[in-house]
Unconditional design. Structure first.
Length: 185
């Protein structure tokens, strides 16, 4: 019931994965200040469980170092294998080797902790915009494929003979009716 009311009001739900309780509490308060609903997880395993059981997560904000258990990068990769959801890495580390761990994982950004509340909010808003643009592009591609299939079906099954010819006269495509009309295979 609560989820339905939140969806009607278009409140986005963020899964915040952070192993340090004080940091998680501060980040949660910041995110709630910006109008997000926040669900928290302290481990990669908890994050996986929450995403599996909750289809209403709109974005994952993932710490990289999560102490014992699976790392944030491992949890992120597993989440993205089965869920199409925007994910942003959040870390206090800027070292090259730490950042490189995230490069092979499709994410919508990397926020350095303590870069400021506005930077976090702007990064999250951008992730949502990029994700929406991706979804729209995917829907356009699906519609294009549906239209292509309709065209192919019509082209192959129509009673009139149709062929496509290049400017030099070479026939590049024809339907079965055209082949039959010209006595060709």
């Amino acid at each position: 019931m609560v989820w339905e009311r939140l969806e009607k009001r278009n409140i986005k739900t963020i899964l915040l994965v952070e192993d340090e309780a004080i940091i998680a509490m501060a980040e949660r308060m910041t995110l709630e200040k910006f109008g997000y609903r926040v669900v928290t997880a302290g481990t990669g395993e908890q994050a996986l469980d929450i995403v599996e059981k909750n289809p209403h997560i709109d974005l994952v904000l993932m710490d990289i170092n999560l102490g014992e258990g699976i790392s944030g990068t491992e949890a992120a990769a597993q989440i993205l294998e089965s869920h199409d959801i925007p994910l942003i890495f959040l870390s206090g580390h800027t070292e090259r080797d730490v950042v490189e761990k995230t490069e092979g994982i499709t994410s919508y950004g990397y926020i350095v902790k303590d870069s400021g509340d506005q930077v976090m909010h702007a990064s999250i808003k951008m992730a949502f915009k990029l994700f929406d643009a991706k979804k729209k592009a995917q829907e356009k591609e699906k519609q294009l494929q549906r239209n292509e299939q309709k065209y192919r079906t019509l082209f192959k099954n129509m009673a009139q003979g149709v062929f496509y010819q290049r400017a030099d006269g070479k026939i590049i495509d024809s339907n079965p009716a055209a082949l039959k009309m010209f006595g060709l295979d």
